[in-house]
Design a binder for this molecule. Structure first.
Ligand code: CA
Length: 429
């Protein structure tokens, strides 16, 4: 726009300067009419006069215009430069600015990036925690490796025979003592009715009495909550130094007590938590076959300061207490085999195996209570889980510390213990 207006103004100036020169050069020349001025114009000379009269004014105006145009041109040039610059800038900006869909996409991408960043921070945290777990596991593995190396070293050392079994054998421990055995320890015995020998712990004293140990409680290390088969076959561990707990097994006890016509004595030895020791002896002790559910029978109570708990006990709850807590003639019951005289299962309630009646006044396979005393609460909701009980010595809320059940022929029981006849009898063998 600006350049074309400039051109028009320039053209007008040229026209005016041409005509004024013509007028100036021919001021006195006769005025000739000119058709181009129309009929309303008086004369062309009049027009010339008119124009001449206003010429200085018009010149001034033109000069002003020229000046303004010059200024304007200058300004326009500056503006043009600015516009060009702005256009260039716009173009380059346009070149740099991505189209709208890209912008949207990039915005979406940015949001995604922010979200991914958050996720990655959370994952980094998780990774950090996992790394902690890994390093702790690695430490454990290293400890285990160390332990395994130690064990390997120990295992490469030659294994020492830790269980010493005596070479003497016999039908029972008294037989072994009679054959010259003088040391307590592990021996193989084979009662007459047995088809094969089995290992027992023999307690051979200074009078060469050979006790065959059938039960041992010492420290509660062995769980006596076992089933019929386990009580039948025996459980726990025999040790040459008599330090471990066990039940020899009903079948072996049956064989040991029924293979001979000679009366067998069951000696029960008890130790309480004060360290006091007491005992009870039952003679003609027999345990029947499995067909008779390993029934317990004995002839009579031979004696002992622990009292005759096998005969039942009057707890004061009911007149029939004593009758229903006696043990002579009772079959063996376990948690999975109820042979008792009670509508429920005594063995199941106590979690053990024993010659249960309804239920007991003596129970040496009961639960082991450290310290001895236990309450009805300890014994469970219904007052069961009874301890190691011998009620003619300690009441039913007292569990004994140690028990031993062992067998010896009646003929040998009185030997020793200061009884000279026994010693003489022994000496005669
Ligand atoms: Ca029952």
């Amino acid at each position: 726009m600006a350049p074309s207006r400039l051109a028009t103004a320039g053209g007008l100036l040229l026209l005016l300067s041409f005509s004024s020169a013509q007028i100036r050069g021919d001021n006195s020349a006769p005025c000739t009419p000119h058709d181009n001025f129309g009929t309303y114009c008086p004369t062309t000379c009049g027009v010339a006069d008119y124009m001449l009269r206003y010429r200085p004014e018009v010149d001034r105006d033109l000069e002003n215009m020229q000046h303004k145009l010059d200024t304007s041109t200058n300004l326009t040039e500056g503006a043009e430069q600015k516009i060009v610059y702005m256009k260039d800038s716009t173009l380059s900006a346009q070149k740099n600015t991505l189209p709208d869909p890209y912008y949207k996409r990039s915005t979406g991408m940015l949001e995604d990036i922010v979200r991914f960043e958050k996720t990655s921070i959370a994952q980094e945290q998780q990774i950090f925690e996992l790394q902690n777990i890994i390093s702790s596991n690695e430490r454990r593995m290293s400890d285990l490796k160390q332990l395994s190396i130690q064990l390997q070293q120990r295992c490469t050392e030659p294994c020492k025979e830790s269980v010493e079994i005596q070479s003497l054998t016999g039908t029972d421990c008294q037989d072994i003592a009679n054959r010259g055995g003088t040391t307590s320890g592990l021996y193989y015995v084979k009662p007459a009715k047995a088809t094969e020998q089995f290992l027992v712990y023999c307690e051979i004293d200074e009078f060469r009495r050979g006790f065959t140990v059938i039960q041992r409680r010492r420290d509660g290390s062995e769980d006596f909550h076992k089933d019929w088969i386990q009580y039948k076959n025996g459980f726990g561990h025999l040790s040459p130094d008599d330090t471990t707990e066990f039940w020899l097994g009903n079948e072996k006890i049956h064989l040991l007590t029924t293979s001979t016509t000679m009366p067998t004595v069951l000696r029960i030895e008890l130790v309480d938590w004060q360290g006091i020791k007491k005992y009870a002896d039952y003679t003609m002790f027999r345990v029947g076959s499995e067909g008779d559910m390993y029934r317990l029978t004995y002839g009579y109570f031979l004696g002992g300061d622990a009292g005759d708990a096998f005969d039942g006990f009057d707890f004061g709850d009911d007149p029939s207490d004593k009758f229903y807590t006696s043990h002579n003639g009772m079959q063996f019951s376990t948690v999975d085999k109820d042979n008792d005289k009670y509508q429920g299962s005594c063995a199941q309630q106590d979690g053990s195996g024993w010659w249960m009646n309804r239920c007991h006044a003596a129970h040496l396979n009961g639960k082991y209570y450290q310290g001895g005393t236990y309450t009805e609460k300890d014994a469970g909701e219904f007052g069961f889980d009874n301890g190691i009980i011998w009620v003619t010595w300690h009441n039913r809320w007292y569990s004994l510390k140690e028990t031993t059940m062992k067998l010896i022929p009646l003929s040998r029981i009185t030997a020793g213990g200061g009884q000279q006849t026994g010693v003489k009898q022994f000496g005669g063998l």
